[in-house]
Design a protein around this ligand. Structure first.
Ligand SMILES: N[C@H](CCC[C@H](N)C(=O)O)C(=O)O
Length: 276
C-alpha cells in the first residue's frame, strides 16, 4: 500500500506521493495506473515530492498517460499546499524546483489551512532557442495554420510547459476535440503541445478551455490560462491583470516586471493508501 493525498486546483486533479514511498516503481507506469479513473484512484496527473539540491523542494510531474511534463500550474499550487500542511516545508514563501526551472510560491492561510497559493511562473519564452530541452517551441505568434480546410490563427509559447493558443468566439467541444488532438500531435511540435481555446470576454476577463497533451480536456489548466493571458496581451488590448474563467472556477494573473504571477485555490480531496 502506498500513502497518497489527492488534491484539486480549479478542477484539475492530482495524486501526490512522497518519493521515498514510490522510489522502487517505474513512475511512468505508476502514473498511468494511479490516474486511471476506473482502475486507479483517478486524476489528471501525478506529482512526486522530493528533496532538491537547488531549491527548498522538488516537484516532478507526470501526465495521466505517464508522460513527463516540465511543469503544472494547478499542480504546483496543490503541491505547495501539500508540502506546507504536511510540514515538509515550514515557511509560507519557498522555491520549488521543476523541469521548467525554479518557481517561487507563496501560500496564504484561512482558518489554519492553505486557501490560496500565488506562483511566480517566470517570464514566458517566445523562441525555441531559450526553452528547456524537455520541450520544443515553434515560434508562432498569430500565425495562420490550415486545419481541416479551416484557416486558423495560432500562437505558441513556453510558460512552464509548451502551450498553443487559439482565440474563439464560442466553445464547441466536439470541434475542439478534433482540433486539439490535431494540433497536439502536429509535426511542428515534435514533443507535442497543449492546446488552449481562449474566448475574450472583455479587457480584464477571458475564458479558457484546454486540451492537455498527455491527458485530453481538463477542467482547468493553470499554465494554459497563463499562456492565454500572455498571448492576449501580445495580440489584443489587455490590462496587466486579468481574471481567467475556467470550467469550474477562476484563476488570477498579473504581469510584474515581465514575470507572470498566478493566484488560485488548492483543495485537499482525500488522503489514503493506494493498493498498487
Ligand atoms: N494542467 C497543467 C498543465 C499540464 C501540462 C501537461 N499536460 C504537459 O505539458 O504535458 C497546469 O495546470 O498548468
Amino acid at each position: 500500500m502506498i500513502p497518497f493525498q489527492k488534491f484539486q486546483g480549479t478542477g484539475n486533479d492530482f495524486i501526490i506521493f512522497n518519493s521515498s514511498d514510490v522510489e522502487q516503481y517505474n513512475l511512468n507506469v505508476l502514473a498511468q495506473n494511479v490516474c486511471n479513473r476506473h482502475f486507479g484512484i483517478g486524476a489528471d496527473g501525478m506529482i512526486i515530492s522530493k528533496q532538491s539540491d537547488i531549491a527548498d523542494i522538488k516537484m516532478d510531474f507526470f501526465n495521466a498517460d505517464g508522460s513527463i511534463a516540465t511543469m503544472c500550474g494547478n499542480g504546483i499550487r496543490c503541491f505547495a499546499k501539500f508540502v506546507y500542511e504536511n510540514e515538509i516545508i515550514k515557511k509560507n514563501k519557498f522555491n520549488v524546483e521543476t523541469l521548467a526551472g525554479i518557481m517561487k510560491v507563496e501560500v496564504f492561510e484561512k482558518n489554519n489551512l492553505v486557501d490560496l497559493v500565488r506562483v511566480n511562473l517566470g517570464k514566458p519564452l517566445l523562441s525555441s532557442k531559450e526553452i528547456p530541452k524537455a520541450s520544443n517551441l515553434a515560434e508562432f505568434i498569430n500565425e495562420e495554420m490550415i486545419i481541416e480546410d479551416e484557416r486558423l490563427k495560432i500562437s505558441s509559447i513556453f510558460i512552464g510547459t509548451i502551450h498553443t493558443v487559439l482565440f474563439v468566439k464560442e466553445f464547441d467541444y466536439n470541434y475542439f476535440e478534433k482540433i486539439g488532438k490535431y494540433i497536439e500531435n502536429h509535426k511542428i511540435f515534435p514533443y507535442k503541445t497543449n492546446v488552449n481555446f481562449c474566448k475574450r470576454i472583455d479587457k480584464n476577463n477571458i475564458e479558457v478551455l484546454t486540451w492537455e497533451k498527455g491527458v485530453g480536456f481538463t477542467l482547468a489548466c493553470g499554465t494554459g490560462a497563463a499562456a492565454c493571458f500572455v498571448i492576449n496581451r501580445l495580440i489584443n488590448d489587455s490590462d496587466n491583470k486579468i481574471q481567467v474563467k475556467v470550467n469550474s472556477g477562476s484563476l488570477y494573473f498579473e504581469e510584474v516586471d515581465g514575470d507572470i504571477l498566478m493566484s488560485g485555490p488548492a483543495k485537499l480531496i482525500c488522503k489514503g493508501n493506494y493498493n498498487y
